[in-house]
Design a protein around this ligand. Structure first.
Ligand code: NAD
Length: 361
């Protein structure tokens, strides 16, 4: 790792910048966008990612190449590798960790529950141990999830609402992550900020998510499966555009305060915070499909079926007052505008040209 990749105070830093940030899951969807934004304002960034095959690793490699062309070095490694983490903290005095590495997705937990425990529980603890032992101890901002609200049907969800009814193993590991990070906060004085993201979408997104797989199938002339809740109620999500999430992550890093421990010893109280990062305007899945059809200019072949009870919740809706007040978080992109940008990226990345043979209309 070149020292220049993560300087303490990079020359020409923007106001509020000058951080040295370890981004875990840097080759992931959110990690790529956050790393680029941090670099753009002059912060030092080093990434770590294990490039696992949960979804197309070539997309992760392409994101890595993009990051590399912007001066972000991504180490190929696992957050369960404590020796690797200790080495990284030895070489670079990280002021902050943006922890985004995780096994995401709710349905995959039925096939591979162990991967959730590996990354979201064991990996989180290994990372926190490395942060606790580092000198200086970095402030930690990490991705929890709106899924912690589970089967709670009181909307919009606010941070004080109950989170004791997880609907999937994924949600349970995120909820456990909140308890684990809270423990490291009060025992070791680590500054912790947990962010409950609400369905993030946009360019360079995740192929396992509905908006992405619907786009793929629509363009290939294949049917899409649209889940419907009980009593024919449409599912709805508080879709949040990636640029808004990035602003929330950077705002969290900027206001994270300091860890107060050193070498594993606590000196005083450090902040422990949880924020919802959503859009506050849920959209039903059939509406999502209509917007995609409009931007793709192709009709979808829809298979509407009842939700099979495999981890999905019927709806999500964020109350973002706390993030607005304390982080200055203010989402500005609606689903129509955001999906237009996603479709433009998708067509270009996968080489679709309107009017050509590969574009069925
Ligand atoms: P992503 O899968 O694109 O990114 C996660 C990255 O972490 C991947 O590149 C993966 O290879 C890496 N990774 C996984 N396990 C690892 C390990 N053990 N060691 C090193 N790297 C590992 O997902 P994303 O959409 O960018 O999500 C980022 C974070 O936000 C995740 O924690 C996710 O749970 C959370 N989140 C995302 C959403 C969303 O809608 N995208 C919603 C709520 C929460």
């Amino acid at each position: 790792i070149r020292a220049s990749a993560a300087p303490r105070r990079p020359p020409g830093s923007a106001a509020g910048a000058g951080m040295s940030v370890l981004v875990t899951g840097a080759a992931g969807f959110v990690g790529t966008h956050c790393s680029l934004a941090l670099r753009k304002r002059g912060d030092g960034v080093v990434g770590i990612d294990n490039f696992n095959a949960y979804y197309d690793p070539s997309l992760k490699k392409a994101r890595k190449a993009l990051l590399s062309s912007h001066g972000v070095f991504v180490v190929e490694g696992d957050i369960n590798d404590g020796r690797l983490l200790a080495k990284l903290f030895d070489v670079v005095p990280f002021t902050h960790v943006l922890h985004l590495a995780a096994q995401a997705g709710v349905r995959y937990a039925m096939e591979n529950p162990a991967s959730y425990v590996h990354s979201n529980i064991a990996g989180l603890v290994t990372l926190l141990e490395a942060c606790k032992d580092a000198d200086p101890q970095p402030a930690i901002v990490w991705a929890s999830s709106s899924s912690v609200y589970g089967l709670n049907d009181k909307v919009p969800f606010s941070e004080r609402d109950r989170t004791d009814q997880p609907a999937s193993l994924y949600a349970a590991t995120k909820k456990a992550g909140e308890e684990i990070t809270h423990t490291y906060n009060h025992i070791y004085g680590l500054s912790i900020t947990g962010l409950r993201f609400f369905t993030v979408y946009g360019p360079w997104g995740r192929p396992d998510m509905a908006y992405f797989s619907f786009t793929r199938n629509i363009l290939q002339g294949k049917p899409i499966t649209v889940y419907r809740g009980k009593d024919h109620v449409d599912l709805a999500r508080d879709f949040t555009y990636i640029d808004d999430i990035v602003k929330g992550c950077l705002g969290s890093l900027d206001t994270a305060g300091k860890s107060t421990g050193t070498g594993g010893k606590k000196r005083g109280p450090a902040p422990y915070r949880i924020f919802n990062l959503g859009n506050t305007s849920p959209v039903t899945v059939p509406n999502l499909v209509s917007i995609l059809e409009k931007h793709l200019r192709v009709k979808a072949k829809k298979n509407v079926v009842e939700m099979p009870g495999n981890g999905d919740v019927p709806f999500t809706h964020a109350n973002i007052s706390l993030a607005r007040e304390q982080l200055g978080y203010k989402p500005t992109t609606n689903l129509d505008v955001g999906l237009k940008k996603f479709v433009k990226w998708y067509l270009s990345y996968y080489g679709y040209t309107r009017g050509s043979k590969n574009f069925r209309q």
